[in-house]
Design a protein around this ligand. Structure first.
Ligand code: CVU
Ligand code: MN
Length: 597
């Protein structure tokens, strides 16, 4: 069995959630009366999180409890030491009572933290929560404050629904922060066709994400292909699987540009080898060690990567579409598995956006160009037909040369509706349906070295979130988010629009959810406000989770259509203004600076 993403990250390596029960340290009555109640609350929280959350690699989430309730600074320090040994990446403090804030809070500056202050009357848990918030904010240690909306009795250790929602949102984003910390982004090649997003901005990766940057020249693919530095048995298996499952589509090239069948046969072999090699470069492969390639066996500890491709590689060798599509899918010849985050054109900022979406959902992410806004009028002009239903206000054509994940066909389902699921929920039939919905067309004129691009149409009706990180000189990173839906349009309309674009590439028709305000007043304005040529599309409406994650990393959100009730940021953000939340977000992120400085 070859290396897989999951097997490379053992359970012991995954970040844990530290649970800190804090308590009024006074002995002789108060502490004793609260010990069991407080520890019980901590246990309930640990149980909830370990039951409801899964790491993006499918492993269960583990919580680590403090050995004792924390009544003062000695127990806070003992807990911090235990958490460090255990690999805790985020902490949640729970208490039903008054405790001494500065003596009991978690003061580690790079670990996301939350406090659940029990809403009761018998003991002043909410008073502690407020005082602890103020201590955190006075010290520049942002904290997520959780206060249930309904009073509970002191012996009621149940977790109310509103508290559960906030605990889960905090924990998901905190785990994403902790999972990417210390990992690498691997650039395979450098800047593609002058696209600025391909610049691996080291200070962004280092200061905001806690990640490192690795670089490998694309000639490394040639060396490994020429010297056979890949698992040859796996290659045979992969090629066989590809022949059986990847149907070749129409060759739309003019006769004189068509590659011969001999060239195409070689191209298939090359693109399969490229896929193995890129994966091995990211995470290593123990089989290479047995072949005498110990250094290559180690990989680059990459949680995300990008392939430049255009132009030097694709002017001479087959393009990266097969490699990018297969790696970013939840399955290959080894079965159903976690996706690899592999960005087309080495767009590092789209890779990070895809990484965010994947770590928050466990699902595949669609990489796409934001290609065309089609207004109803323009569609009417070129097709003579009306867009109706959800497409009525216009549609955005998301399409790139064919590197999009095969999960993006929408042929998995949730409750009978199209979906892109975490890999552990995907069935063998759904894998087959994704493969059957995809054809692989010989690459068009952009790609003189050949290759095969995926062609499919994403099923409509999927709730999705389109997102993108942009870097702005003098400001730093910003995140933009548009929740919406994939839509089906009548085949005759699709045909006309597709034919005048790139008919051999995969299409996703997207409509953002409109709010009637700002850039969400109409579909055109969303397209017009997009900050770059690319976007990442994640299954589900995850704008709220993205906003929480961005606040942990101090990345302001410059555009979103998420209702205010769903937004959960550290309590300090309120001190930067409560009316215009967007302005407060900018001020807070700017003043606090990146998480890792
Ligand atoms: C094949 C072309 O060069 C496309 O790849 C190009 O339009 C882009 O995707 C730019 O992001
Ligand atoms: Mn592109």
């Amino acid at each position: 069995m070859s290396a897989t993403a999951a097997s490379n990250r053992l359970i012991g390596d995954m970040p844990k959630i530290g649970i800190r029960p804090t308590i009024d340290g006074r002995r002789g009555g108060i502490r004793e009366s609260l010990e069991a109640i407080t520890m019980n609350l901590a246990n309930q929280v640990a149980q909830l999180l370990s039951e409801k959350l899964t790491h993006s690699n499918g492993l269960p989430v583990q919580c680590v409890l403090a050995d004792t309730c924390i009544g003062g600074v000695a127990e806070a320090a003992q807990t911090a030491a235990k958490f460090e040994r255990a690999g805790v990446g985020l902490t949640i403090t729970v208490t039903p009572s008054w405790c001494y804030p500065m003596e009991t809070i978690d003061t580690n500056p790079s670990i996301p933290k939350a406090i659940w202050g029990f809403n009761g009357t018998e003991r002043p848990g909410a008073v502690y929560l407020a005082a602890a918030n103020s201590a955190h904010n006075q010290k520049g240690l942002p904290v997520f404050s959780i206060y249930g909306s309904d009073v509970q009795d002191i012996e009621d250790s149940s977790i109310p629904a509103d508290v559960e929602e906030k605990l889960l949102r905090f924990a998901k984003a905190g785990l994403a922060v902790a999972t990417m910390r210390g990992k690498s982004y691997l650039s395979l090649g450098s800047v593609s066709m002058g696209i600025a997003g391909c610049i691996a901005d080291e200070s962004f990766f280092h200061s905001y994400l806690g990640m490192r940057n690795e670089y490998v020249d694309m000639t490394e693919f040639v060396r490994r292909m020429d010297l056979g530095i890949y698992d040859r048995h796996e290659f045979e298996r992969a090629l066989q699987w590809t022949k059986e499952n990847c149907k070749e589509g129409a060759d739309v090239n003019p006769e004189h540009l068509r590659r011969t069948s001999e060239e195409k046969k070689n191209d298939w072999e090359t693109v399969v080898k490229m896929t193995l090699i890129a994966r091995d470069l990211m995470i290593g492969n123990p089989i290479l060690d047995r072949m005498g390639y110990g250094e290559e066996a180690l990989g680059h500890n990459a949680i995300a990567a990008g392939f430049q491709g255009q132009r030097q590689w694709t002017d001479h060798y087959p393009n990266g579409d097969f490699m990018e599509a297969i790696l970013t899918s939840s399955f290959d010849w080894n079965g159903i598995r976690e996706v690899y985050i592999m960005s087309t054109e080495n767009d590092t900022l789209n890779a990070v956006t895809m990484l965010f979406g994947h770590l928050l959902t466990g699902s595949a992410q669609i990489f796409a160009d934001v290609r065309t806004f089609w207004s109803s009028d323009a569609v009417k002009r070129v097709t003579g037909k009306e867009l109706t239903g959800m497409a009525h206000n216009g549609i955005i054509h998301l399409i790139n040369s064919g590197p999009a994940t095969l999960d993006g066909t929408g042929r998995q389902s949730k409750g009978g509706q199209p979906a892109m699921k975490p890999f552990w929920e995907i069935t063998a039939d759904e894998v087959q349906a994704c493969l059957d919905a995809t054809t692989w067309c010989p690459a068009v004129d952009f790609f003189r070295g050949g290759g095969f691009s995926t062609d499919f149409q994403t099923l409509g009706g999927m709730p999705v979130t389109m997102a993108r990180i942009n870097l702005i000189q003098g400001l730093g990173p910003v995140l933009q988010i548009a929740e919406g839906y994939t839509v089906d349009i009548p085949e005759d309309i699709h045909h006309v629009l597709d034919q005048r674009t790139n008919p051999t590439w995969p299409t996703t028709w997207f409509v953002p959810s409109l709010t009637g305000e700002g850039v969400f007043k109409d579909v055109y304005s969303v397209m017009n406000a997009w900050g770059s040529n690319h976007c990442a599309l994640s299954y589900g409406h995850i704008g709220d989770d993205l906003i929480t994650l961005a606040s942990m990393l101090r990345i302001p959100v410059n555009m979103h259509n998420v209702a205010e009730e769903r937004i959960f940021r550290p309590s300090a953000w309120k001190a930067f203004g409560t009316a215009g939340l967007e302005g407060a977000d900018y001020r807070a992120c700017h003043l606090l600076g990146p998480l890792y400085k």
